[in-house]
Design a protein around this ligand. Sequence first.
Ligand code: PRP
Length: 220
Amino acid sequence: MLTLCLPTGRVLDEAVEVLENLGIPTLRLRERGRSLVIQEGEFRFLLAKPMDVPVYVHYGIADLALAGSDVIWETGASLVELADTGRGVCRIVLAGPKKVAARFLGHESRLMGLRVATKYPRIAEAFFADRGIQVEFVHLNGSIEMAPRLGLSDCIVDIVQTGSTLKANALSVIAEIAPVSLKFVASCKSLQLAWDGIEEIIGKFSSSSRKAGDEDGKAV
Ligand code: PRP
């Protein structure tokens, strides 16, 4: 039995599709209702908040997981990245209103003391520390885009997918920080203790990527 942790929220449907493409049974997962632990065939699925998925892997509660590269970086969890699924694609960006964006065009001293709202304090800190800019962070858990509008912060560090939430809150991208996608990861402990089962899934992963590549080739 392998335990696989999946992120809830908007990326869950994509994660379930990835599993389905690997031939992993997902019927119970699709009909889960409010269940958070679901057993199906040789698999046990755990449904966790995206930011918590790497934590379950780090502590070896989950053998495997589909986790965003944003939350892997942010949590600093110890895990092994096995493959990039190419799904759940978005970006981590620094964004703000026009007048704040203009300050980023000037000398860095104009940025000292900016207040930055984010649910990614580690990533945001790394971004500003790299540039030697001291700012203040406000750690929020969601709806980050409304912080500048309400005067809680000058700018934000958050993920952007379609860009519609930024637009709806009169914000624009000031700097790209990192691309994000859903990674297939394993716990270090499980790689040793459950290698046979994991190897089988990695094999399916490679052949499903090859198949997708062949289909792309045919389409051209
Ligand atoms: C994420 C992110 C943005 C939004 C971006 O929030 O934090 O708010 O999606 O998506 P868009 O570029 O397609 O508009 P999510 O919907 O996960 O909810 P949250 O605000 O509660 O974190």
